[in-house]
Design a protein around this ligand. Sequence first.
Ligand SMILES: Cc1cc2nc3c(=O)[nH]c(=O)nc-3n(C[C@H](O)[C@H](O)[C@H](O)COP(=O)(O)O)c2cc1C
Length: 159
Amino acid sequence: MKRVDFEIAKKIIKNPSKIAIAVTKDENEKKINLITLEWFMRTSINPPMFAISVGHRRYSYSCLQKFRYFNLCFPSVEMKQTALIAGTTSGRNVNKLDLISESFFSGKLAKLPVFENAVANFECEIFSQIRSGDHTIFIGKVKYSWIGENQNLLLGTEL
Ligand SMILES: Cc1cc2nc3c(=O)[nH]c(=O)nc-3n(C[C@H](O)[C@H](O)[C@H](O)COP(=O)(O)O)c2cc1C
């Protein structure tokens, strides 16, 4: 073992990776937004919950602070371009839905789009949140779960 800077150690723990796309909404602008995330996890079996960690400078952060829902989408490999756009552009400057070509429907909670081509989608309502340095961890209770026909999960390594 050798002691290294965190910047070096973090690259070692990154791969193999897994990413998700959180879908949320700016209620004022009536704009749906997507953000690619690698910092997410399950946090409860019953009721099922997911936590997502979102940076304070992200447009998604301001959306989540007001609109208390997110859909957590596990993208298929076919959604690579969508994950790239969601992770490299900001909803502050663009409407990401205009930049992607994905089919979606409104789900059962009907708050946010559910992506047809995803491996799985979880419609979540925010239950609580915790500040963690320059990010906030939003914990969402899963209301409805969906699985797609395409089960070929996109890992973050291809981005
Ligand atoms: C592979 C990948 C993983 C990312 N993981 C996170 C994450 O866990 N949390 C976060 O706040 N941003 C993460 N980002 C950065 C955001 O996706 C990126 O800043 C995005 O443009 C923010 O969009 P927004 O301003 O519309 O919210 C990640 C980006 C990529 C490409």
